[in-house]
Design a binder for this molecule. Structure first.
Ligand code: UDP
Ligand code: MG
Length: 132
């Protein structure tokens, strides 16, 4: 199984990319593709369609386009749920210690990492960002 992981601009600005990639590697998953790029508002409206009409979306666009991101394809058994477990909950106060967000995120918006929420969405997101 494979999933789409994206290190958000705060992860790069805070020099946490290495730490986060290291956790993915130590878990045993395989990173089979990786690239650094900058998101646009158009692709975010597509990627975040489920939150695009919520009041905080303009802030998310500003944040997510504020610097480069690192997109990755990560592979392993049950990796979609496994990566969600490593990431921790969306909201910083609900993310438990030991998870990436629990250990390093202190706001709900700037929470360091994106991971697909289902195997179906993983394939859609891999196609969107890697064209494969
Ligand atoms: N988000 C936010 N406040 C919320 C919900 C979401 O700022 O109440 C932001 C946050 O950056 C989150 C992103 O919107 O990562 C996408 O939301 P989603 O519900 O898909 O959470 P995720 O899958 O990233 O845990
Ligand atoms: Mg999501």
């Amino acid at each position: 199984m494979r999933t789409y992981i994206m290190l958000k601009p705060d992860a790069l600005k805070r020099r946490l990319a290495g730490e986060i990639i290291s956790r993915i590697e130590k878990k045993g998953y395989e990173i089979t593709d990786m690239k650094m790029f900058t998101l646009t508002e158009d692709i975010l409206k597509e990627h975040y369609a489920h939150i695009a009409n919520l009041p905080f979306f303009p802030d998310i666009v500003k944040f997510m386009t504020s610097g480069p991101v690192i997109g990755m394809i990560v592979e392993g058994p049950d990796v979609v749920q496994g990566m969600r477990n490593l990431m921790g909950a969306t909201k910083c106060l609900e993310a438990t210690a030991g998870t990436i967000r629990g250990d390093f995120a202190f706001t709900n918006g700037e929470n360091l990492i994106h991971g697909s929420d289902s195997p179906e969405n993983a394939e859609i997101e891999i196609a969107r960002f890697f064209g494969k």
